[in-house]
Structure formats: C-alpha cells, structure tokens
Design a protein around this ligand. Sequence first.
Ligand SMILES: Cc1cc2nc3c(=O)[nH]c(=O)nc-3n(C[C@H](O)[C@H](O)[C@H](O)COP(=O)(O)OP(=O)(O)OC[C@H]3O[C@@H](n4cnc5c(N)ncnc54)[C@H](O)[C@@H]3O)c2cc1C
Length: 374
Amino acid sequence: MATRPSEITIIGGGVVGLSVALGLLQARRRVTVLDGSDGDFRASQGNFGLVWLQGKGADFAPYADWTRDAVAAWPGFAAMLEELSGTGLALDQSGGFEVFTDRAELEDFSAALERQQAHLGNRFSHEIVAADDLRRMHPGIGPGVVGATFCALDGHVNPLRLLRALRSAVSALGGRILSGAQVSDIAAATGGGFDLSLRDGRRLGAERVVLCAGLGTTPLATQLGFVTRVRPQRGELLITERLADRLPFLSSTIRQVDEGGVQIGGTKADVGPDDSETLGMMATLARHAVTVFPALADVRVVRAWGALRVMSPDGYPVYARSPRHPGAYLVTCHSGVTLAPLHATALAEWIDETSNAPDLEAFDENRFALSDAA
Ligand SMILES: Cc1cc2nc3c(=O)[nH]c(=O)nc-3n(C[C@H](O)[C@H](O)[C@H](O)COP(=O)(O)OP(=O)(O)OC[C@H]3O[C@@H](n4cnc5c(N)ncnc54)[C@H](O)[C@@H]3O)c2cc1C
C-alpha cells in the first residue's frame, strides 16, 4: 500500500542529492530523501574536498562557466550552511597550485588553462609558476618539481563535515531523510506521479522524483527512459598523521586537512566497481608527495583508501528532465563538492521550474543521444 506522496522525492543522499534537497526546501517544497545502504559506493564519503576551478571546462565552455559560478558562490554558501547546521566546513579558498614533475604534462595543462581563459575572459586568471620561483615562494618544494600553475580562486573544504552539515540542514528545514531506503523500481503512477518500490518491500509515492543516486543511478535512469549511463573511476588516497606545522601550500594532489593530516591523492583508474586500495598506487602517491615536498618523507601514513568517482560518459554534469515521464529528473556529476552551491540554488530552481531558473540545456543528456547517432 503506497503512503501519501511526498511533493519531491530525491533518490540518493550523497552531497549531490542533499544539495538539491536543501535548495528545494529553501524554496518551500516538501522533500523526502531516500538514501541507500552503507554497502553502497559513496563518493561523498571518500573524496578529496577540493573546491577547484583550474582546468575545469577547458574544452566545454558551459562547464567552465558553471564551475566559475560555483567557486564564487562558495563563501556565501558555506556561511549559510554553517549557520543552518551549526557545523564548521573549514572552507579555505586562498588559492591552489597544480604542481608538475613532468615538463610535457605542465605544457599540456598550461595550454588547457589558456583554453579555459578564452572561455572565461576576465572571470578567470591563472599564473604559470617557474620551478625556481615556486621554490623561492615555498622553500620546502623539491628539486624534482619542474613548475606549477596557480589560481587564486581555488581552495578546499572538509568534505565529511560538508556531508554532515547538508544532512543537518536538510533535517532542520523539515526535509525527511530515510536511510536504508534502497529504491529498486520506479514506475509512473496512474493519475500522475510515481510509485517507488524499495528493496525491503516498502512502497512510496512521489509527485516528482530527482535521481541523484551516484553509481546507483543507471538502473533507475533506464526505467525512466533516460539514456545516461554512469561509470565508476577509482581514485586512491593516503592520509598522514597530524602535523603540528601547517603545510605552506595547497595543491590538487597534496592538501593539509583542517585537523592537521596531509591528504595525498587523486589517482585515476577504470577498474569497474572495485574501490579497494592497491599497494602500487599507494607507493606512487607517496613517491609523488615526497618528490613535491621532501619533508613528507619523515611523516607516517596512517590510512589509505579507494573511492569511486561517478562519471558520465563525457565526464561533465548531466541535468536532464525525462521526456517520457514529466516530473522525473536526473542529476549526476563529478566534482559534486565544488558544484554544491549551485546545486542548492540554480539547479534547484531549474528543477522547480521557477521563472528565474537558468538555462541548463548544455548539460542535457541529449548530447549523448546526438553523439551516439553521429
Ligand atoms: C577519489 C575521489 C576524489 C574526489 N575529489 C573531489 C574533489 O576534490 N572535489 C570535488 O568537487 N569532487 C570530488 N570528487 C567527486 C565528488 O566526491 C562527487 O562528485 C560527489 O561525491 C558525488 O556525489 P553523489 O551524491 O552524486 O554520489 P554519492 O556520494 O555516491 O551518493 C549517492 C547516494 O545514492 C545512494 N543510492 C544509490 N543507489 C540508490 C538507490 N537505488 N536507492 C536509494 N539510494 C541510492 C547511495 O547510498 C549514496 O548515498 C571526488 C571523488 C572521488 C571518488
């Protein structure tokens, strides 16, 4: 027997689903979030916490713009979320480096930043920093570093506190979060709305549904006629013991978390649904960290883990409305930490179809249908 339908049901309670939920609650919608089980892959619990613009959208202008807007919105978003949840997010946006130990990679990335600059004009600036200048700025940088790029808009946040804060804020605004609520089937209901079947046998009704189920998205998306198929990409990370001294820089692969440990990361491997960590990658990460900042050789690694990124076919966000089932939406992206402020505002307005909602056509999934046909 289906219970009374919620106005909007969000499937997936990771950083993406909760950000959207927050925005819809602020627009005074009645929102339920159905979140799966602890055994699910959860990128929101294993990520690197960067709020990062460098390199984003170099080959896709709408994504460059979207990320630029998200990064600019972070300070206000963090203040609002901290106020609502009472949880500090440790946001620090005082600039970040991409550090290179390979000259060809530095040149490729510099060219990508030029393309990003062409899209963003005066809304973006970056510097290419010669190795000697970098070592003058930060004397601890190792001799194996060949140069770096810098963007003053880049930063990081504590991703676990972000998740906790989103959960608290959604609850504080009256949102219902059901944990252990694994949706197995969605069907259009006679007379409008949707019937949701949960794996434990429960049935729930919803007027509208937003699929934000990370790597659990594809089977549900298929049932609603969406063509997007997400795939996992494994990233491995290390964290060291807490250090009393602050690391003098933030980079996309080495960052000191607010509690003091140094997180080292960002490998990429297409290995299917396997989030285990591997000795080979741990060694690669440790070697990279010590090459960049040799003093880290004396620091103990206390934990290593793998986590799976949620990747659309082209790696860019997908924001789609179901053509077959009005009232069903699909939301998936990589960089859900960076994009959280826009998911809680502009994207929520788009889902709510308000008069000032942005045009998100560039992120529709029809780009896959078109490229499949080509
Ligand atoms: C190694 C790594 C490093 C990263 N670094 C960064 C970074 O520095 N900066 C950044 O911005 N982003 C980063 N990301 C990306 C970021 O973590 C993700 O974009 C974001 O966490 C995705 O959130 P999500 O809510 O879509 O997915 P998830 O966190 O995976 O959440 C999906 C949720 O859906 C639930 N679910 C699944 N199936 C069902 C179902 N059938 N019914 C109900 N619920 C279901 C799951 O239980 C889960 O809670 C990184 C990711 C990884 C893996």
